[in-house]
Design a protein around this ligand. Structure first.
Ligand code: HEM
Length: 133
């Protein structure tokens, strides 16, 4: 959810002209907010490319600024499926992982493709071998 947030971009449109961080934005400007990029800012996430679930212990998560981590967006349009998605995600992974093991077929590089799909997914196919436990 941090490194590969399914919603890699959140889009807004300015209702009136506004200056943000020195940029003059006329009315009607489309703004792409990128959780994918935001979640990799080293100031908030040291060694940003490393998968480290310990970043999200209660103590450490409290130190994050409110909008540094937003896989479900934020504000009035925040995802209403947030809690359902987290619960079903954990149940699905636990249920599947109890039964099978996925192994990546060697020799592949899996790269996300944030440009062509609404939800983040790999740019090409991903071949895996599924083994029963
Ligand atoms: C990992 C799973 C999910 C992710 C990462 C995700 C992410 C997001 C994000 C980032 C937004 C905000 C979009 C914006 O601000 O423009 C959003 C909105 C929304 N999501 Fe999700 N979502 C997930 C699962 C779900 C599920 C399971 C449901 C419903 C059962 C759901 C229903 C919605 C709805 C209805 C909105 C629009 C809310 C509004 O505009 O008021 N999402 N989601």
């Amino acid at each position: 959810m941090r490194l590969y947030p399914p919603a890699a971009a959140i889009i807004r449109e300015t209702l009136h002209a506004i200056e943000i961080d020195g940029y003059q934005l006329p009315e009607g400007t489309a703004i792409f907010l990128s959780p994918y990029t935001l979640h990799r800012i080293p100031e908030y996430f040291p060694a940003p490319d490393q998968f480290d679930p310990e970043r999200f212990t209660l103590e450490r998560e409290k130190q994050l600024p409110r909008y540094a981590y937003l896989p479900f967006g934020a504000g009035p349009r925040v995802c209403i499926g947030n809690h359902l998605a987290l619960m079903e995600g954990q149940l699905l992974i636990a249920t599947i992982a109890q039964r099978v093991i996925f192994d990546l077929v060697p020799g592949q590089t899996v790269e996300p493709d944030p440009a062509h799909n609404l939800a983040l997914r790999p740019g090409g196919k991903v071949d895996v071998i599924v083994k029963r436990r």
